[in-house]
Structures are given as C-alpha cells and as structure tokens.
Design a protein around this ligand. Structure first.
Ligand code: AMP
Length: 185
C-alpha cells in the first residue's frame, strides 16, 4: 500500500506515519527528517536546503522533486510506503503522480489529519526541534494554509482523500485511519 499523510505542522504526521508503517509493514519516508539529516551531515543537499528549513520556508520544488525521485527509486520500498511531508502543494502532488506513472506505480490514499490552529501551535511548541522557533512555526502554519486547499482538492477530486479528525488522542486517530483504510491488524 502507498500512502501520503497531509496536515499542518504539529498535526501528527510523523507520529501517525510511524504507527502506520509499523502496523502495515510500510517504509516511513519523512522528507523533513531526510533534510535535517542532510543539514546535520553538511552534505551538498544539506547546505542548499539549510536556510529554507531553518526559516520554515518551503525548499524549492526542483530540489525536493529530485530528492523524492531518488528516494522512491531505492529498492527497500517493495511492500509500500507512507510519505510524510511530501507533497505539500498541488504542484508537488501532480509531480508525485507523474513520477509514480513513470515507475508504473500508484498512490492509494492521501490521509488528511485535520487539526485546529490552536492545537497545531500547541503541539509544535511542545516539540523540541531546532527548527521549531515560534517564527518558523507561524510561517509553516501560514504556508500550510496557502498550499493546503489546492492539495486537498487535488486528492478529493481524484477520490483518494481520507479526512481524519486529528484533534483526538494518538491511538484514536490511528484507529480511525485503519478503519477508514478498511484494514484490520
Ligand atoms: P517537516 O519536518 O515536514 O515539518 O519539514 C521541515 C522543513 O523541511 C519544512 O519547514 C521545509 O523547509 C522543508 N520541507 C519538508 N517537506 C517539504 C516539501 N514537500 N517541499 C518543500 N519543503 C519541504
């Protein structure tokens, strides 16, 4: 199964992606984690993306699309994957579909973790990541609101969207996702 997790910063994308990857034996791909690891290792990619990530701004599409192409071509993904942090815009969603067409694969469901703005800010502030400054959090929430509706529409229009209430506790959100996916574990 191939899944995409959508939601604002702090909506629980990483947590739910990890739980899903364990429950369904999928590879969890976190774009943010790949970028942060590249920054920590000061690779060429890391140096390119560092200013954007630190300020909570979207990394240019060209870099991210190339990164995703390389990642999805790797051989550990046979049972499927759950993608956390990509796509973030309708443009990236379209690019993902083009890439999957090339690979003769398809993405099954986009899971939208819907949480209130108060909840998003609260959760981001209690998380101790270096790029979680109040300014970066605010910027990521704004960026999410701008990019979000066309992205949600993209998947809704193609009948691939699952809407999940993400204000609920972690386990409840996880179970709601499994129920909506129609899987029993
Ligand atoms: P995250 O851990 O998903 O909140 O991502 C942290 C940061 O990585 C974001 O604030 C962006 O700077 C960058 N980033 C992650 N995913 C993407 C994406 N799909 N497109 C552009 N930038 C991204």
């Amino acid at each position: 199964m191939r899944l995409v997790i959508l939601g604002g910063p702090g909506a629980g994308k990483g947590t739910q992606a990890q739980l899903l990857s364990q429950a369904l034996a999928l590879t969890w791909i976190s774009v943010g984690d790949i970028l942060r690891a590249a920054i920590a290792a000061q690779t060429e990619l890391g140096q390119q993306v560092q200013p954007y990530v630190e300020q909570g701004q979207l990394v240019p599409d060209k870099i991210i699309i190339q990164l995703m192409r390389e990642r999805l071509l790797q051989p550990d993904l046979a049972p499927g994957w759950v993608l956390d942090g990509y796509p973030r815009t309708a443009f990236q969603a379209e690019e993902l579909d083009f890439l999957l067409d090339d690979l003769q694969q398809q993405m099954h469901r986009a899971i939208w973790l819907e949480a209130s703005e108060t909840e998003l800010i609260q959760r981001s502030l209690t998380r101790a990541r270096l790029d979680d400054t109040p300014e970066a959090i605010q910027r990521r929430i704004e960026e999410f609101h701008v990019g979000c509706s066309p992205l949600i529409d993209y998947y809704a229009f193609r009948d691939r969207l699952l809407r999940i209430n993400a204000n609920a506790p972690i386990e409840q959100v996880h179970n709601a996702i499994l129920t909506q996916l129609g899987v029993t574990v």
